[in-house]
Design a protein. Structure first.
Length: 276
């Protein structure tokens, strides 16, 4: 059996970032072979990931970025179990590395991002190593990308929430893009306009409206009309263009955009928030 010294343990710790006791155990189990010890630690990470797969990972970081030409924007969510880990240097570095890779290479899906080569290994393999080191569940939970003549990104303080938004015109003013990105962050619209709302959501809102009116004792023949009235209220509160503009609630977002440029359109948006 190899004589495992404190120097050996420290060397492996510097190579992997794993804890002292984990490094010592890895070297003992592999008879001092550093390559095998590294593999041992990686397998430990896989085991930890498997054991904690059913844990909730509602903390983490959400990061949004735009390309230098502002024609594409991405937002990525990297989640973990605790706020303590979310604030750790290793986790922050990993999340930022993933976001930097995403904006530079523009993968089409979260699965493609997980398989991407990050520092010589896949994003997923790097994550498994970090799980083994920290000992709690983590995942690249969500990833979205949009493309348009002009895009904007907004990262809310603390990086628990971020939005990206696309516009139809390349000359969209920066302040307008920021205002709409912040509107989306604050008001959480379900779609751009009424016609974009998922039909299943519309149907559900109508049924809820009918049930509420029925419980209030309204006549059966009036339920449909009352429900449609409630649906219009839903549209005003939950579709971006029909919402009150947060900077001036006397006008809608649509009216604000029309004042800026009658031809300017919002073509897409994405909003990611931890725990949702």
């Amino acid at each position: 059996m190899a004589n495992i010294t404190a120097t050996d343990v420290n060397k492996l710790r510097q190579m992997t970032g794993a804890g002292m006791m984990d490094c010592k155990k890895a070297l003992v189990e592999t008879d001092g072979d550093f390559e095998k010890a590294i593999d041992f630690l990686r397998k430990k990470g896989q085991k930890v990931a498997s054991n904690r797969a059913d844990r909730a990972a509602n903390e983490g970081l959400v990061i949004a970025k735009v390309t230098p030409d502002a024609k594409k924007a991405i937002v990525v969510m990297v989640s973990c179990e605790t706020d303590f880990v979310a604030k750790s240097d290793d986790f922050i570095k990993f999340a930022n590395d993933v976001a930097a890779y995403a904006i530079a290479n523009l993968p089409k899906s979260v699965d493609e991002l997980k398989l991407a080569n990050l520092n010589g290994r896949t994003v997923e393999e790097n994550l498994t190593d970090l799980i083994g080191k920290v000992g709690e569940k983590m995942e690249v939970a969500r990833y979205e990308i949009i493309e348009a003549p002009k895009t904007f990104a907004y990262n809310h303080a603390g990086n628990r929430l971020a939005t990206i938004v696309a516009f139809s015109k390349e000359n969209t003013p920066d302040n307008v893009g920021k205002e709409i990105a912040m509107q989306i962050a604050a008001m959480n619209p379900v779609s751009i306009d009424k016609g974009d709302v998922d039909p299943s959501i519309v149907e559900r809102e109508i049924e809820i409206g009918k049930d509420q009116a029925r419980q209030e004792g309204k006549p059966e023949e009036m339920l449909e009309k009352i429900a449609l009235g409630k649906l219009n209220k839903f549209y005003k509160e939950s579709t971006l263009l029909n919402q009150d503009f947060i900077r001036d609630t006397k006008k809608s977002v649509s009216q604000y955009l029309t004042e800026v440029d009658k031809e300017l359109k919002v073509t897409a948006f994405k909003r990611l928030i931890l725990g949702a």
